[in-house]
Design a protein around this ligand. Structure first.
Ligand code: HEM
Length: 233
């Protein structure tokens, strides 16, 4: 027999799904800005190459027609990128502040913050998923690996905000910029936190697909179908 259990409060579902398109716009507009001064390089043996090759900014570009793929054209759009970035940053900040306040006030943070057993449990989860350890690790609402990942992503959100502010207003907020190690360091952190979101996103989606429809649906409806005898999955 299955029973229906509440898993995600309405507020958390709203914050989660608002964050997704907002963060997508932040990353896309961030790329429009990054193009104008793409400073980060990869050292491949003797070769020192740009992190993003030039085709990345205009895939499908045809020299003959001088046209690229309009949707993915990321070059020569610095001003547009800044306009989107500095508008959507407000939505990202407000949504994030409301989310963290809700977690704190509702007590939901207890389900999400790492506990003393989270590191041990996260190792068990990884070993189990790699088929090295047979026993299924304790789950609860979130297992140790999820607690660590989700808490890290919240800290990264805070990191994006402060490093972003430090490079947005390095004169007015000089104290913040210097607290973060100066403009170059703040910019470096701002960029690599973003790459961290992309890495998180890929793993998050793979895990959501693996966890299945019941789990995904619970982030939309709030409810999950659970086994009569089993605790919340
Ligand atoms: C298509 C995109 C996405 C899908 C389908 C998705 C799906 C989900 C699902 C199903 C859960 C619940 C996991 C569970 O109950 O075990 C979840 C939780 C979560 N996701 Fe996503 N997600 C997406 C994008 C994102 C993005 C872009 C972020 C942030 C960078 C994010 C951060 C989180 C966090 C922090 C939680 C825990 C929320 C809480 O309980 O407070 N997700 N996601």
């Amino acid at each position: 027999m299955k029973r229906i259990e509440e898993k995600h409060p309405l507020a958390i579902r709203w914050f989660h799904w608002v964050n997704f398109p907002v963060l997508a716009v932040m990353i896309w507009s961030g790329l429009l800005i990054y193009w104008a001064n793409d400073v980060y390089h990869l050292q491949l043996g003797f070769a020192n190459v740009h992190l993003f090759p030039s085709w990345f900014y205009h895939p499908g570009y045809h020299e003959a027609t001088n046209k690229g793929h309009a949707l993915w054209d990321l070059d020569y759009r610095l001003a547009e990128g800044m306009a989107w970035h500095f508008l959507f940053f407000w939505l990202f900040a407000i949504n994030g502040i409301l989310y963290v306040s809700f977690l704190a006030l509702s007590g939901q943070w207890r389900e999400l913050a790492p506990s003393r057993s989270s590191v041990k449990q996260a190792v068990e989860v990884i070993l189990h998923e790699l088929h090295i350890r047979r026993e299924v690790p304790a789950q609860g609402k979130y297992n140790g690996a999820q607690r660590i990942a989700y808490s890290t992503i919240i800290l990264m959100g805070f990191g994006s905000l402060i490093t972003g502010l430090a490079i947005y207003k390095p004169i007015q907020l000089a104290w913040l910029t210097s607290l973060l190690g100066g403009y170059e360091t703040a910019r470096f952190l701002h960029f690599w936190i973003t790459m961290g979101y992309v890495a998180f996103f890929v793993i998050h989606i793979l895990q959501v697909v693996r966890a299945g429809w019941n789990n995904f649906r619970s982030m939309v409806t709030g409810y999950i179908l659970a086994d009569e005898e089993a605790p919340l999955q």
